[in-house]
Design a binder for this molecule. Structure first.
Ligand SMILES: Nc1ncnc2c1ncn2[C@@H]1O[C@H](COP(=O)(O)OP(=O)(O)O)[C@@H](O)[C@H]1O
Ligand SMILES: [Mg+2]
Length: 522
């Protein structure tokens, strides 16, 4: 170690550096100055790097996901955003956001660290639906909410008015979407059903009762007044599927229209499918029920005539307490209660309800109590003679080889053939009854067989075989095809009817071996 040496002076160090790290002599050549072009190129490279860095960090941000919030207020430099149950102040973005313009009430994605708004999220408008009670100042609206009405942000873009229904975000601060005013008239029949009384075949008693209930108060008004007969509030149509319950409702609609001198009912007739009333949103089903009645009231106030409201598949919403599954129990109770309250609140003649159901035993008994729906019509399956009439009705308009009546007769014979067995019904009193294909006949089945026969004839004619009309063989083939189809069904209801409600066991014919028979509760 050279302790005796003085530390080097600044000039000495500079000289040493010039000589390249203390010792090895070399010459340092300064680079030539950059041309403007080169300078620009360097700058471009540097900027590219910056952009890439930004892109990577943005991707990282996006990967991580961001809280979303609803814009409550836009100020000069800040934006107030509701995130969950909190309000945060985010910086007002200076650049345009990819998702579009920032507006009050819109959903935004924010960068929590810097409370920066990263994007506007479109198409994120789901939430609860509320009715607008009042439009307030400062872009606020009062909405109907539980437990009390609530003032929330309307957002200019929604053009909200009193009576509109709006979708409100989950935190209940702003309108996300305007659904417009409630479409109360959505069930109104907007076109003719094209079905008249005579199109409902083999249901004379049902047609008669319906006709009386719908028409007589108008056509024999004096007589009803003289007898002091109050108007019925409605009819219950029951019976197995496919026998013409819906068809009869449609015929009633035509009749109501005719009473008013029109070809279609418009607001005089509302057709509603039960399952459509049930809504998974809490409270919405009751709301739907109320809407039906308020419509009917409006119609009555306007015309003095009851609106005909047909509710098809009524068991799906007006289920009895005993038949409810626990998952939907409370929803159903509320619908039934809302329904009864509305029905009882109406004066006689304020509405004419027609409920149709395949399972009347599933309906809440309170609904069909006297004074409510006091006319009950049970529609049965067609007899052999009815099947013949139905076949004739559906064969009309198609060429037939034989006499059309004869063909219809053959069709009915084939349906009721003792060889077309669906199974064996065992009754409680040890009786055994053969369930025939004819026992499950319905208007829908006959219409289906005739359609099938036409198809068979068309296939045959495509091969250039036979006559250019429906033949007996076509009908036979069609009946057989529908019979084979029916063999796959369960038919427990029909089997039960066959042994007068005392079915213990049903042995389907589809499986010859009795060991696979269906066991039903005694
Ligand atoms: N009694 C009937 N007379 C004529 N056609 C019928 C009859 N019953 C059913 N049909 C035919 O079957 C179709 C379905 O019947 P639908 O009225 O919907 O049965 P439901 O409502 O009883 O289940 C009808 O549109 C019609 O073509
Ligand atoms: Mg129906």
């Amino acid at each position: 170690m050279n302790f005796g040496r003085k530390p080097p002076t600044g000039a000495e160090i500079a000289a040493a550096m010039r000589n390249n790290a203390f010792g090895t002599p070399s010459t340092y050549v300064a680079p030539p100055p950059l041309t403007p072009l080169q300078q620009a190129e360097r700058e471009v490279e540097r900027l590219k790097g910056t952009v890439e860095d930004q892109r990577v960090s943005l991707a990282r941000i996006q990967e991580r996901g961001h809280p979303m919030g609803v814009v409550v207020q836009i100020r000069e430099s800040h934006v107030v955003v509701a995130v969950g149950q909190q309000f945060v102040e985010a910086q007002r973005p200076t650049n345009a956001l990819p998702g579009g313009e920032l507006e009050e009430g819109c959903t935004v994605r924010i960068l929590q660290e810097g409370f920066q708004i990263v994007d506007v999220v479109r198409g994120f408008d789901f939430g609860t639906v509320h009715e607008v009670l009042r439009v307030l100042e400062d872009g606020l609206v009062e909405i109907a909410a539980q437990p009390a009405p609530r003032a929330i942000i309307a957002g200019r873009r929604h053009k909200v008015e009193t009576g509109h229904r709006v979708v409100v975000d989950a935190t209940m601060v702003a309108v996300q979407k305007n659904l417009g005013s409630k479409d109360n008239k959505k069930h109104a029949a907007k076109k003719a059903t094209g079905v008249s009384w005579c199109d409902v075949i083999g249901q004379d008693a049902a047609v008669g009762a319906m006709k009386e209930a719908v028409e007589d108060h108008v056509t024999h008004a004096a007589l009803y007044a003289e007898m002091g007969k109050r108007r019925s509030k409605g009819i219950l149509l029951s019976g197995p599927p496919g026998i013409g319950k819906t068809l009869l409702m449609k015929a009633a609609a035509t009749a109501v229209a005719a009473l008013h001198g029109k070809t279609f009912c418009d607001e005089g007739f509302a057709y509603i499918k039960g399952p459509e009333l049930a809504n998974k949103w809490f409270g919405q089903s009751e709301e739907n029920v109320r809407a039906i009645f308020s419509n009917a009231k409006e119609y009555f106030a306007k015309t003095g005539a009851p609106q005909l409201v047909a509710i098809d598949e009524a068991e799906s919403i007006l289920r009895s307490r005993a038949r409810r599954d626990s998952a939907n129990a409370s929803v159903d109770v509320n619908i039934v209660q809302a329904f009864l309250a509305e029905l009882d609140g109406l004066e006689d003649g304020g509405i004419f309800l027609v409920l149709a159901t395949n399972r009347p035993e599933d309906l809440d008994p309170a609904i069909i109590r006297d004074g409510r729906l006091d006319t009950k019509i049970r529609m049965g399956r067609p007899s052999k003679g009815d099947v013949e009439k139905l076949a004739l009705h559906y064969l009309a308009g198609s060429p037939t080889v034989a006499d059309r009546e004869l063909l219809a007769h053959e069709l009915a014979e084939a349906v009721f053939s003792p060889h077309r067995v669906l199974g064996l019904a065992h009754g409680a009193n040890k009786e055994r009854e053969k369930l025939l294909f004819g026992h499950v006949a319905s208007g829908a089945l006959v219409a289906g067989i005739v359609e099938q026969a036409k198809q068979v004839a068309i296939r045959r004619l495509k091969d250039g075989k036979g006559a250019r009309a429906i033949e007996t063989a076509d009908v036979d083939a069609a009946v057989e095809a529908k019979y084979v189809e029916a063999l796959g069904g369960s038919h427990l209801d029909a089997a039960d009817d066959l042994v007068r409600g005392k079915l213990v066991r049903f042995e389907p014919a589809r499986d010859a071996a009795p060991k696979t028979s269906l066991i039903v509760a005694p």
